[in-house]
Write a protein of this length. Structure first.
Length: 277
């Protein structure tokens, strides 16, 4: 007899904040400038450049927390998140780990069974990375540092979502709230509102979570729905064939209509978090 599986989905939404300048420097945070013109010594990790927090970015992060009914923390702290990639010249991202801006809130969304409240675990403030540019027909990759240091909030939901349609509904409602609050412009095409989805499945009635797979940087509602639906079906096929789901990071390739592996999934300890001095 075939086993019936239940999807378990959590979303991590990255929303750029509507500030004139970057999170830790006076460089412009505007979109669309020629490559590498909205930059500062800090964006390029030049020696001696020191970060100065943007007061407006912190104010907008708190506003988002209030709009989503999270509890703003009396004390918050920036941490260094270490990883090595061409779009991160410092070798670490200034983010937040165990002392984020706000904790525990929620958002009511429409689901197949009626209104449901999706719990939000945390909101933290961090700087965006630069952008890798891949020229068609070229083997070279270039890096545009205009986006490096642009302030964003990451909104992390609990794994309360149970379908791709519900995930799409949550994203649409979250975008509406952030735009109404004047926190984010909701522009998916420009990447100012994008999400990662953590997807797993488990037998119906089982409490223990299955092995989760992260789907990275999905920047349209249609792609979110298609990527999650495909990943659920893929995991069901793997388990149905007697295999095991591997914890990894995958990306949605719309031209092929499927997710493809990117790398093994990192855990918090892989990033070697410690307080930013």
């Amino acid at each position: 007899m075939a086993i019936a599986y239940e999807p378990v989905i959590g979303l991590e939404v990255h929303a750029q904040l509507l500030t004139a300048s970057k999170l830790f420097s006076s460089a412009s945070a505007s979109y669309g400038a020629p490559p590498n013109t909205n930059i500062s010594p800090l964006c390029l990790a030049l020696p001696g450049a020191l970060p100065v927090p943007n007061r407006e970015a912190i104010r907008l992060a708190v506003r988002a927390a209030v709009a989503l009914e999270l509890t703003v923390q009396r004390e918050s702290r920036f941490d260094r998140k270490h990883y090595f990639y061409p779009d991160l010249p410092k070798g670490y991202q200034i983010s937040q780990y165990d002392r984020p801006v706000a904790l525990e809130g929620g958002l009511e969304v429409e689901s197949e069974s009626g209104p449901r409240r999706i719990r939000i675990q945390r909101i933290h403030l961090e700087e965006d990375a630069a952008k890798n540019l891949h020229d068609t027909g070229s083997r070279n990759t270039q890096v545009d540092f205009n986006r490096a240091g642009v302030p964003l909030i990451e909104i992390v939901s609990h794994p309360d979502l149970r379908s791709a349609a519900e995930a799409e509904s949550y994203l649409r409602r979250l975008r509406e709230v952030l735009m109404f609050a004047g926190v984010n412009d909701g522009n998916l095409e420009e990447g100012s509102f994008r999400c990662d989805a953590n997807v797993s499945i488990r037998p119906v009635g089982q409490e223990k979570f299955g092995t989760r797979v992260e789907l990275k940087n999905i920047n349209s509602f249609r792609f979110v729905r298609k990527a999650i639906e495909h990943e659920i079906a893929r995991q069901e096929a793997v388990l149905g064939g007697g295999g095991a789901v591997v914890q990894e990071t995958r990306t949605w390739v719309d031209a092929q209509g499927k997710t493809l592996p990117m790398r093994g999934k990192e855990e918090a300890h892989d990033y070697r978090y410690f307080p930013d001095p």
